[in-house]
Design a protein around this ligand. Structure first.
Ligand code: KG4
Ligand code: ZN
Length: 345
């Protein structure tokens, strides 16, 4: 039995291609974090195959939960609440985690806490903070989302803009496929881009209309494709004949275009609400060029940047457990009618 005042939350995350579980005490003390990656299963398809993801979650969910308890040195009965990221994501993947979480909560008669995966990515940036200086603008850049929020608190995020087509991470993944670099694209593009010239090719920076806080990355992806294959797409893909330096220059120039758009739009959002703080989270936030550019922007404009540690940028359950602690304290619980939702509410 939990005799101390510590609130220990077991969280489950299965929204895409990572089966994760974590135990976090009082929203901050990470007692365990287990992530079973499915990258090897999806690699040959160049992206996540929902049916394969769903089956892999089914295989992994129990061992991952068991390992998270074992690493935390806790029995399941020591847990105070069960948290689950139930949206957004792949419905067939989310359903595995949601079913496991509901079963545990029902069986143990513990509170069930529903967490929005995107909001959890931002919580990863706030893990070490007691409070944040408001107003605050929050940017989530992941494989599925590129979104800006006006953040009143971690439980009160008002959407300001989002991508109208590809997410930033998706663009990294697709460009990596075009360049024959493998999957997932983000980390590989970043590595290859280190040897490239970010000014070598002037790829488009889609800002949409001037006032807009929405993003669009499909034009940039197509520009990279045209660059490699010719405008009419009839030419042969030249990637095979390109030197390592040419590939590195394309990767660096593409990455710079993404960085410029993310930075400019975030600054625009920050100016709009007079933000004192900028929050950054999501898989693409692991990218050093993205982090550095937002840090430079914040330093230049007198704002504080809070960014998720690199280890908590990509999908994990720590961010879910940590955010759940705030909901636990606020008494916001889900019930057995909880469903997975592919889209964001
Ligand atoms: O947040 P995340 O793990 O999953 C979603 O919620 O979508 O983000 C995964 C995305 C992938 O598209 C991956 O290529 C990208 O994050 N990513 C990166 C880096 N590490 C992961 N993109 C750019 N640079 C990185 N270092
Ligand atoms: Zn994510």
């Amino acid at each position: 039995m939990n005799t101390s005042k510590q609130i220990r939350i077991l969280a489950i995350e299965s929204s895409c291609d990572e089966t994760a579980a974590a135990v976090v005490a009082n929203g901050r003390e990470i007692l365990s974090s287990v992530v079973a990656s499915q990258t090897a299963l999806h690699e040959k398809f160049g992206g996540v195959v929902p049916e394969i993801a769903s089956r892999a979650h089914l295989e992994n969910i129990h061992p991952v939960i068991a390992e998270s308890l074992q690493k935390a040195n806790l029995d399941i009965h020591d847990i105070d609440a069960i948290a689950i990221a139930n949206q957004p994501g792949l419905a067939v993947a989310l359903v595995v985690g949601v079913t496991a979480a509901k079963t545990l909560a029902l069986m143990l008669d513990k509170p069930l806490i529903a967490i929005n995966h995107i909001h959890a990515h931002l919580q990863a940036a706030m893990l070490a903070e007691d409070s944040i200086d408001l107003p605050a603008v929050a940017l989530v850049v992941s494989g599925g989302h590129t979104s800006l929020f006006d953040c009143e608190s971690i439980l009160d995020l008002k959407p300001m803009g989002s991508t109208i087509d590809d997410a930033a991470g998706e663009a990294f993944d697709k460009v990596a496929t075009i360049l024959g670099l493998g999957y997932p694209g983000g980390p590989i593009i970043e590595k290859v881009a280190n040897d490239g010239n970010p000014k070598a090719i002037r790829f488009p920076r889609s800002m949409l209309d001037k006032e807009s806080l929405n993003f669009s990355f499909s034009g940039l992806k197509t520009a990279v494709l045209y660059h490699c294959q010719g405008q009419d797409m009839k030419g042969e893909n030249r990637v095979g004949q390109m030197s390592d330096q040419e590939i590195a220059d394309i990767a660096a120039s593409f990455q710079q275009a993404v960085v410029d758009v993310l930075t400019k739009k975030t600054l625009r959002a920050a100016e709009k609400i007079g933000a004192k703080t900028v929050l950054l989270g999501g898989g693409v936030a692991a990218n050093t060029a993205v982090r550095q550019s937002l840090m430079d922007m914040c330093n230049k404009t007198g704002r504080k940047l809070l960014v998720a540690p690199k280890s908590l940028c990509t999908d994990n359950a720590v961010m879910v457990a940590s955010l759940a602690y705030h909901k636990y304290n606020a008494g916001v619980f889900a019930d057995m009618t909880l469903e997975p939702k592919a889209r964001n509410d």
